[in-house]
Design a binder for this molecule. Structure first.
Ligand code: MBD
Ligand code: FE
Length: 271
């Protein structure tokens, strides 16, 4: 809100100039040598060339940018997108959507559901949910090798009563690749490499009446929730999981074993 009266061009110039001065001061004050400077630029080039995309930056800085986006925000909070979103995921068929997966996809079945509403509490049908997450080995399709394209990436729509439901598997904590440039930096800092288990989801309104948003949901009490290497967990993004072993409920979802239920309601901002 506060910066909308500045044109993007002026805003861009102000940001770049301030960052320029910040880094110039840093180099002078820290006596950064020419060799050290080149180590830094090589690291950035390597991280992109080896396919880590924005991982290096997202681990260190994306959470701050989403905190800024959430200042004064009264609808569902935004969260970091991370480096591994991919547009064009398969469109699923509801009302019980099933995420694209291999025939015997490893992992505990996950039933993720909830309701999409406007700020007045009215239920919103026809909202697209674009969901992506890691497999049981903590790997993302289209990023890590030997996984079918778009595995565990899918798009589906809220029903006319605003509800959505999708079947997938529960992802484990995510480990930042140890052998890449981002891993090298984390090792040098003596940090661990883990993010808590999470679901990424974008919501968009094909009719254009509501703002697109990017969320990321974590599981209360899970490993690394309290010490995410990307420091991105926030209260409004935590889901309490339920273990479901009732045979009727298992059968109703077409499953053959106990599953985990995760519920999260979204409120969208008018466009
Ligand atoms: C992820 O899945 C992610 O969400 C972030 C921010 C960084 C690395 C991997
Ligand atoms: Fe992720």
């Amino acid at each position: 809100m506060s910066i909308t009266h500045i044109s993007p061009a002026v805003r861009g110039r102000q940001l770049v100039e301030q960052l320029e001065h910040l880094l110039q001061d840093f180099i002078r004050k820290q006596h950064v040598t020419h060799d050290e400077y080149r180590v830094a630029t090589d690291l950035i080039i390597d991280s992109i060339e080896c396919g880590e995309k924005s991982l290096l930056f997202d681990v260190f800085f994306e959470a701050e940018a989403t905190d800024v986006a959430n200042i004064g925000r009264e609808v569902s909070p935004e969260a970091i997108e991370g480096p591994f979103y991919l547009p064009g995921a398969p469109v699923l068929t509801g009302p019980l959507n099933v995420m694209p997966q291999r025939p015997h996809e490893k992992g505990t079945p996950l039933y993720f559901h909830g309701t999409v509403r406007d700020p007045g509490g009215n239920r919103l049908g026809g909202i697209e949910l674009d969901l992506w997450h890691a497999d049981a080995d903590g790997l993302y399709s289209n990023i890590h090798p030997n996984i079918p394209d778009y595995n565990l990436r899918g798009r589906f729509y809220s029903e006319s009563d605003g509800t959505y439901q999708v079947l997938s598997i529960l992802p484990p904590p995510y480990e930042i690749p140890k052998n890449g440039p981002t891993g090298t930096v984390l090792r040098a800092l003596e940090r661990h490499f883990f993010r808590p288990a999470h679901l990424h989801v974008k919501l968009r309104d094909p009719a254009g009446d509501y703002e697109e948003m990017t969320s990321q949901l974590y599981f209360a009490g899970g490993e690394y929730v309290e010490n995410d290497v990307a420091h991105a967990v926030r209260d409004g993004l935590l889901i309490t999981l339920k273990n479901i072993d009732n045979l009727d409920r298992i059968a109703a979802l077409g499953l053959d074993r106990p599953y985990i239920e995760a519920e999260y309601d979204f409120t969208l901002a008018p466009a």
